[in-house]
Design a protein around this ligand. Structure first.
Ligand code: PEP
Ligand code: MG
Length: 324
């Protein structure tokens, strides 16, 4: 089967009935890039910029950041690279930016920090845009957006960074700006967010955690953490239809996208691309190439009527197990 997976590398992710679903990768360090390319990714759906920040002893300067980002953009050019702005807080601490909170997942995280510290945000966004000069494959993604006001504020800052660079003589396009849907309130505002943004990307790791009120890293409640829970599936469908209603693309970049069984449902829902850890990419591609979109849609409608997560799992495993 490994040889089988190897030969998959150069093949696109197309179902038996001709539906093309681009598979993207999640990256952090430059080492992830090579692995992703070996696996035949069609782009980067999530570059976690905080990973590089976690490996330094102070905030990297603008020019240091330009260098980091350019490496990523260049490696995949002309394929799209989606760079998420700093998503620290929660489970991602920075030694040189200590945060003490009793409830970090509900605290100062992601966009909340960078909107409170526009100087950090502006330097990062300037570096991203500068790094994309001559490449123009940069997409910017905003983490932990919980309402339209945050998107509005972030868009103003991004526009300001871009305008500064234009004034400084850099010939560079304004990058598309997307919103992560990972806070339940954003699901209910997905339509408005989709209207304002250029694209959406679901963060199913946090969305599952917040919808089910289950800590994503707590082993004691791990069996309650389930992205195939009917409530999560319903939320995902809502987000896809909101994006479609506004004519915007919607992707998903949580761990769920790298689970072949879940990927089948996500394709059926209408996600435009799936972004995953590159380790999982060959398995997902292998399965999707073995089935039809129509079969996936039938499975989705079958499990959509189920209110028991266990039954959803067993139905999918039974149906897809037959394929190998
Ligand atoms: C997510 O929440 O699903 C996600 C992709 O972001 P992270 O895992 O980095 O929080
Ligand atoms: Mg997240």
């Amino acid at each position: 089967i490994n040889k089988d997976l190897d030969s998959l590398r150069s093949l696109p992710c197309i179902t038996l009935d001709g539906h093309h679903l681009p598979l993207w990768v999640n990256t952090g360090l430059i080492a992830d890039v090579q692995r992703a390319q070996q696996r035949g990714a069609e782009g980067v759906g999530l570059y976690r910029s905080e990973v590089a920040f976690m490996g330094t002893s102070r905030f990297p300067s603008e020019s240091e950041q330009v260098q980091m980002y350019r490496e990523q953009l260049q490696a995949f050019h002309p394929l799209p690279v989606t760079m998420r702005t700093l998503d620290i807080g929660g489970d991602k601490p920075l030694s040189y930016f200590p945060i003490k909170e009793s409830n970090p997942y509900l605290g100062w995280r992601g966009i909340r920090i960078t909107l409170d510290h526009p100087e950090i945000f502006l330097v990062q966004v300037r570096a991203m845009i500068k790094a994309s000069v001559g490449l123009n494959n940069l997409h910017i993604l905003l983490p932990m957006i919980s309402g339209v006001h945050e998107l509005d504020d972030a868009q103003h800052l991004i526009h300001r960074a871009w305008a500064e660079l234009i004034n400084e003589g850099f010939a560079v396009q304004m990058p598309p700006v997307g919103v992560m849907i990972e806070v339940p309130s954003a699901v209910y505002q997905a339509r408005e967010l989709a209207r304002m943004a250029d694209f959406l990307s679901v963060g199913s790791n946090d969305l599952t955690q917040y919808l089910l009120a289950v800590d994503r890293n707590n082993a004691r409640v791990a069996d309650l953490y389930d992205y195939l829970h009917p409530a999560v599936l319903m939320a995902l469908k809502e987000v896809v239809s909101a994006a479609q209603a506004e004519g915007k693309k919607v992707s998903i970049c949580g761990e769920m996208a790298g689970d072949p069984v879940a990927a089948v449902l996500l394709m059926a829902m209408g996600f435009d691309s799936l972004s995953m850890n590159s380790t999982h990419l060959p398995k997902v591609k292998w399965l999707l190439r073995k089935m039809t979109l129509q079969h996936a849609q039938e499975l989705l409608s079958e499990v959509s009527s189920m209110d028991n997560p266990e039954l959803i799992h067993s139905t999918l495993n039974l149906a897809l197990g037959n394929l190998g």
